[in-house]
Design a binder for this molecule. Structure first.
Ligand SMILES: Cc1cc2nc3c(=O)[nH]c(=O)nc-3n(C[C@H](O)[C@H](O)[C@H](O)COP(=O)(O)O)c2cc1C
Length: 328
């Protein structure tokens, strides 16, 4: 057993640095580079419902009705119109053959039937786990948050009943009660939560008065929201909490483990450097562990989460007040 060895939804992984869903998993070269650099696991880019219904006229109507709920998908995959589900499934199966890395497939659908159908097909490719990317544009003023959340839980339960794969959910940060929703998803079968999904954030160029190309890479200060929620969820939810967003250094990884993360996902750090940057992250994490006298991850995982505090609300409130009063 090596010092960084751990598990991810029960899947043994050599270290907690997992490469998140991104376009690097579209190329064998970068997959090999990620494997050679020693990543713990790789999440394959998502299959979007948009790809599934590519030539479906009814679906086009639906897209128009919702003012294009798949803008996010299109911004992430401008060439998605050329990549249907068969190609995606072929690619996942091929990736499975090309690498020994633990592989997690990723799905981002709308209709329950599509979720279940493609969860089954992705399972057949031989992947080790499946990441579910729930995202409802919620543009209908009559639809409540409770309805949307109940529907996500039911979808998860339907997928759980259909496949044996470990399931994770990539949450977005905008639920009113993330704790309640995560708890319901966990009871319905989620083995891990990835914090957080990055939603489509269009910008406007005011001089040209037009939409601007989306910035896709995150910045290091974006890790503070997942840091807080990793601390909160890891103490209360019986599922692995996987911290993601804005992690650029081995110390960033250590920070997330200190507040209870089971593992982390990184993407932007690899785009900013190279797929083999995973090796640097691993070395930096070990260096930090050496400096602090930690032999293995269990020696410090969750050390700075709020395990011993019974009154969660007053702790949370107290931290908030302290932070506000600290500013002159
Ligand atoms: C080029 C690119 C493609 C991405 N594709 C996906 C995707 O298919 N599915 C998904 O859930 N997230 C996707 N993401 C988001 C990442 O998985 C990750 O959540 C986000 O980049 C935040 O992590 P980071 O700060 O380490 O970059 C993509 C990100 C980038 C930069």
């Amino acid at each position: 057993m090596t010092r960084l060895q751990t598990t991810y939804m029960g899947i043994p992984i050599a270290n907690p640095i997992v490469v998140g869903a991104c376009s690097m998993s579209k190329k064998i070269d970068s997959i090999k580079a990620i494997e050679d650099a020693g990543a713990g696991a790789l999440v394959i880019k998502s299959l979007f419902e948009e790809q599934v219904h590519l030539e479906d006229a009814a679906f086009e109507q639906r897209m128009a009705q919702f003012d294009n709920p798949f803008a996010e998908a299109q911004s992430l995959f401008p060439s998605a119109e050329h990549a249907g589900p068969k190609h995606h499934l072929y690619w996942v199966a091929r990736t499975r053959k090309e690498t020994k890395l633990p592989l997690i497939a990723s799905l981002n659908c709308l209709e329950r039937e599509t979720w279940v159908q493609y969860a089954r097909q992705l399972e057949e490719t031989g992947v080790d786990g499946l990441e579910l990317n729930f995202y409802s544009p919620a543009l209908d003023p009559k639809v409540t948050a409770a309805q949307i959340e109940a529907s996500e839980v039911e979808t998860l339960a339907a997928i759980r009943a259909a496949v044996r794969l470990p399931l994770s959910v990539k949450l977005h940060p905008y639920y009113t009660s993330t704790m309640n929703h995560a708890s319901n998803l966990q009871k319905a079968g989620a083995g891990a939560f990835i914090l957080f999904n990055r939603l489509f954030q269009p910008d406007i160029d005011v001089d040209r008065e037009e939409k601007m190309a989306q910035r896709q890479l995150t910045l290091p200060n974006e890790s503070l929201v997942p840091l807080r929620w990793t601390a909160l969820l890891s103490q209360r939810i019986e599922a692995d909490i996987i911290a993601s967003t804005g992690l650029r250094t081995g110390k960033d990884v250590a920070k997330m483990l200190l507040v209870g993360a089971q593992a982390v996902q990184v993407v932007s750090a690899l785009y900013a450097h190279s797929p083999s940057y995973v090796k640097i992250l691993r070395a930096e994490l070990l260096e930090w562990m050496d400096a602090h006298g930690y032999q293995k991850l269990e020696d410090f995982r969750g050390k700075l989460a709020r395990r011993k505090l019974d009154d969660a609300w007053s702790f949370e409130r107290g931290q908030y007040v302290k932070a506000i009063l600290g500013f002159d």
